[in-house]
Design a protein around this ligand. Structure first.
Ligand code: UT7
Length: 322
């Protein structure tokens, strides 16, 4: 399979910032407990008209502007698909992707749909985008891949074990096909169907709030991240020496700290920004990637691993040249 090239990124966070101290005024918690267990200091939470589709659109606008700056061949008329990873869509239907198509005046010949895979959603969307480019026939095409989430809509702010962990936000990445020999794109994924450990909904008397057995998710996270990274490296004949960055789902710094211990000397390659964004579910990897480009960390030609885990239970990972 050919690789892909990232040509534009952008992210968008709600205006309102809620610190751990702010949360300690509404629920029995404190900054020391939250920060020491998760690495989170604050999160952005929607207010006013902000919603999954508005965040998706504003992050995509930034990515499109960035793509025009980076690639003289790019035009938004050449976008052949828009995929939005989300599980907190503004409407049950239509999809957020359809709203993005309309708001950004993207071509009507586009594929546009949402991908619901909880926190693993963006990495699945990236895999779907790469497949789309692979099978696309015709002139050069671009795919807009978005992760957008308003987790605050699912939180019970009297449940201290979950409400302190999440935040809202969106990230967008625009990719095109890269046929050069040095460019790679490999993916792995897995699912262990489970509706008990991490779920949210109103089916069968559910209260519509997120419910989580934190300890079980923690164990699943470490096992799946470790397994995915190890397998991707083995299958691609690579070692961590060949990888520039590992962009994990930004759920908890302790989870990432535990994984990076397996790669002594490469700890600096494991990016983290949950301190100010918290866990934004399907948006987390997309925001992290856009944040890394903005900080000048990610550069064309680098090799990265993106890896996520979440409700499902599910996990997935991509090794790609950016
Ligand atoms: O995208 C996937 C999303 N999920 C995750 O990534 C979650 C993965 N799991 C975790 O990150 C951790 O399990 C947590 C951060 C959720 C919890 O950390 P923990 O060290 O496993 O804490 P715990 O659940 O064992 O709770 C320890 C204590 C309990 O008190 P007692 O029973 O020992 O008296 C909790 O009631 O901490 C208490 N506690 C809190 N205290 C202050 C739970 N939440 C809070 C809180 N503030 N927010």
């Amino acid at each position: 399979m050919s690789g892909v090239k990232v040509i534009g990124t952008g992210y968008s966070l709600p205006v309102k910032v809620v610190t751990n101290d702010d949360l300690s005024k509404v629920v029995d918690t404190n900054d020391e407990w939250i920060y020491s267990r998760t690495g989170i200091k604050s999160r952005h939470i929607i207010s006013g008209d902000e919603a999954v589709h508005t965040l998706a659109v504003s992050s995509a606008e930034k990515a499109i502007k960035n793509a025009y700056e980076n690639d003289s061949d790019f035009s938004k008329d050449k976008i052949i698909a828009v995929y939005v990873a989300t599980m907190t869509s503004s409407y049950v239907f239509p999809s957020t992707a359809c709203i993005v198509q309309k708001e950004l005046e993207l071509p009507e010949s586009i594929k546009a749909f949402d991908i619901s895979a909880a926190c693993t959603g963006f990495v699945y969307a990236l895999q779907t985008a790469a497949d789309t480019l692979q099978t696309h026939v015709g002139d050069e095409g671009y795919v807009l891949v978005i992760g957008s989430e308003c987790m605050s809509r699912t939180l019970n702010f009297s449940d201290r074990s979950s409400c302190v962990l999440f935040g809202d936000g969106a990230g967008s990445v625009i990719i095109k096909k890269d046929d050069s020999e040095s460019s790679v794109f490999m993916q792995l994924s897995g699912t262990e169907g489970n509706t008990e450990v991490l779920h949210c909904g109103t089916y069968n008397g559910g209260d519509g709030y997120l419910h989580m057995d934190g300890g079980k998710v923690y164990k699943f996270a470490i096992t799946s991240l470790n397994g995915a990274i190890k397998k991707l490296l083995e299958n691609s004949g690579s070692t961590m020496e060949d990888i520039d960055y590992v962009v994990c789902h930004q759920a908890n710094s302790r989870i990432i700290d535990s994984v990076k211990k397996k790669y002594p000397g490469h700890e600096h390659k494991f990016f983290m920004n949950m301190e100010t964004c918290a866990n934004t579910s399907a948006a987390s990897v997309s925001i992290a990637m856009a944040d890394m480009y903005e900080k000048g960390l990610l550069k064309s030609g680098m090799k990265i691993i993106t890896v996520a885990f979440g409700a499902g239970l599910s996990w997935n990972a991509v090794l790609m040249t950016v």
